[in-house]
Design a protein. Sequence first.
Length: 220
Amino acid sequence: MIQGLFGGTFNPLHRGHLTVILHVKKAFNLDTIHLIPSAIPPHKSTTNLAPARERFEMVRQSVSTIKGLVASDVEIVRKGPSFTIDTVNHFINTLVPGDDLRLIVGSDAFFEMDTWKKGRELFSLISTIVMIRPGEKKQAKDVASFLQDVISKNYRPVNGEDLFSDPISDSGVKPVYVCKVPEIDISSTLIRQRVKRHLPVAPLVPQPVEEIISQKGLYL
């Protein structure tokens, strides 16, 4: 079984999140993707951040009927800042023989991974899928440069510009994949702005998200 880990604030979850993550699931034939809302994001502002449990419920209810997508509250149950290294180690400890893990990140996050807590160590623990949208300034060649300059000079392209690995050293780093995802003109910031202006968000978010925002009076 191949499992993906996709973390974020999901403040709130929107249809764009689901579109790109289902695209990745299909492209890499992943059996399950765990969507993991962060409790205390160490690299993002907590201004206008909805309570963690309510963000988790938005994710949980939205994916409950989507095969292969699962909400995880591991970062909410765990106390303190939501460090990716701790989450990855948690899931590694749940693996059974034959299982594999892939960390799914957007390109903005990927190019900051060396600044995360034990960020370089992540490349030795788990394969990474980097999502790149059309028109982004940084593309696959920049992924290669980052890997070679920051993580391991021996990272090399294996399959065009879609897969990079380090086959000639003993560093033990895992492969890094590039996945070109659809352009989605939706953001959590846009959703929050629309809620604050009392504009409808129904076309942009799953129904459970709309209902929880309304019931809990979020983002006003």
